[in-house]
Design a protein around this ligand. Structure first.
Ligand SMILES: Cc1cc2nc3c(=O)[nH]c(=O)nc-3n(C[C@H](O)[C@H](O)[C@H](O)COP(=O)(O)OP(=O)(O)OC[C@H]3O[C@@H](n4cnc5c(N)ncnc54)[C@H](O)[C@@H]3O)c2cc1C
Length: 412
């Protein structure tokens, strides 16, 4: 592998495959590399939100989504210490449903689409350095395959390496959450057409976090828990401890009584909230987790990785046509991303950082239980489909939550 490409995409997760698919389809001579061999697993909840499903459908995989072994969900069941909220999913272009598909399968399918669009894919290749000219222009990348150094020339690189460290110099945000999941067969809970989310006291009295049960269509479920790194620091506990205690919660223990686990649980880290990352520079754009695109409350990142990959591809094409790979030209990518996602991501980021622990929101959860409109807004702000401040459209419910919160604080 050597030579010259219009574009090199580093990382073949959803962000990289989307960027490579759309770039190759537009006619760019695109190289896609990944340090791993495919198909490979990626620790994840496997949930594809409706907007993620729309992006998958745009890559020509709408029929594949509906295969019977995939989980299909049309609602959320949210359990907090004091409330139970049930809500339908916000519809998207692809329709009012999301999916639960093992990432090993999803990522392999997305990669196949990138290859069939014309991207030149090389597995087992780890990018090590971004090369720049003395004037600061990107000229290529250095990489390693099976211990052998490689060099590829390109004026433009899309960094889609997730939480990997490639080209991290001053660009990347810090990891601020961690999550762990395990597959179980025959989990015995109700309403398998919902995503089940548990905002437990254990995970939310000193930070933020939640547990989940996401059902697939073949009798398996993805069961997991994720917490903020602030929760780890404040409690001195580790992720494994939070996950183990989640499985021991009375409702979970009952659901798992006759369930069989598959393999050991695995963990991974997350950069949530669009905050603190720089997503473009001369000759480069960052997409997906590399660009800190995970929603700060839900922890959802696949749909945003696909979307940012698609938008970056359109700016790669623009830069190629103009033969201008400067930061001012590529800043169009950031502007487009911000206009689409900043309100939801930054208001969510503000909420999780301003509220010292999510337990403080219990009165709000309880008040929303009784008000369907406010409940819908609350769930949409948690899933990234509405900015958090749209809750002000429900002043009565907010006032009730505030009053109940004050009563709780003042009661002995
Ligand atoms: C436990 C857990 C549960 C989650 N649940 C959900 C969920 O249910 N729904 C959801 O939407 N999101 C979820 N997320 C987030 C989601 O997994 C990520 O947002 C998503 O994987 C981002 O995709 P990506 O393409 O940016 O990065 P990745 O999927 O991480 O892909 C990055 C790729 O880059 C490659 N790479 C890294 N470094 C290099 C290098 N130097 N050279 C070459 N290749 C390299 C890696 O091998 C990898 O294949 C969850 C995350 C965790 C940890």
């Amino acid at each position: 592998m050597s030579g010259r490409y219009d574009l090199v995409v580093v990382g073949a997760g959803p962000g990289g495959s989307s960027a490579a698919y759309h770039s190759a389809k537009a006619g760019l001579n695109t190289l896609l590399i990944d340090r791993q061999e495919f198909p490979r697993d990626k620790t994840c909840g496997d949930g594809l939100m409706p907007h993620a499903a729309s992006e998958v459908a745009l890559m020509g995989l709408a029929d594949w989504l509906d295969e019977p072994h995939h989980g299909k969900f049309t609602g959320f069941s949210i359990y907090t210490t004091t409330a139970f909220l049930r809500q339908g999913v916000p519809p998207s272009l692809h329709g009012p449903r999301g999916y639960v598909v093992r990432r090993k399968e999803t990522d392999a399918r997305l990669l196949e689409r990138a290859i069939s669009a014309g991207a030149d894919f090389r597995a087992g290749v780890r990018a090590t350095e971004l090369e720049r000219s003395p004037a600061g222009n990107v000229t290529g990348i250095e990489a390693v395959k099976a211990g052998e150094p490689l060099r590829v020339e390109t004026p433009l690189v899309i960094v889609a390496d997730g939480v990997g460290g490639f080209a991290g110099n001053g660009m990347k945000a810090h990891q601020n959450a961690v999550a762990r999941r395990q597959y179980f067969r025959d989990v015995d809970g109700p309403d398998k057409q919902d995503l089940h989310v548990f905002i437990t006291k254990d995970m939310n009295s000193h930070g933020a976090g939640y547990g989940w049960v996401f059902y697939m269509g073949d009798g398996w479920a993805n069961v997991g828990a994720g917490v903020s790194t602030a929760a780890l620091a404040r409690t001195g506990r580790n992720l494994k401890d939070f996950f183990d205690r989640f499985l021991e919660e009375p409702m979970m223990a009952a659901w798992l009584e006759n369930a069989t686990p598959e393999g050991p649980p695995t963990s991974w880290s997350l950069k949530m909230g669009m905050w603190g990352a720089k997503r473009y520079g001369q000759g480069m754009m960052l997409v997906g987790d590399a660009g800190s695109m995970i929603h700060p409350i839900s922890g959802e990142g696949v749909g945003y990785a696909l979307e940012s990959g698609r938008l970056a591809a359109s700016w790669a094409y623009e830069a190629h046509v103009r033969q201008d790979f400067s930061a001012p030209t590529l800043s169009g990518y950031e502007r487009q991303l911000m206009s689409r996602r900043a309100r939801e991501h930054l208001s969510g980021h503000a909420l999780v950082n301003l509220v010292p622990n999510l337990e403080m929101l219990e009165p709000l959860f309880k008040a929303c239980e009784k008000d369907p409109e406010a409940r819908r807004t609350l769930v949409e702000s948690f899933t990234g489909d509405a900015p958090v401040y749209s809750l002000v459209k429900h002043p009565r419910t907010l006032a009730r939550a505030l009053g109940d919160g004050l009563k709780m604080r003042l009661s002995p």
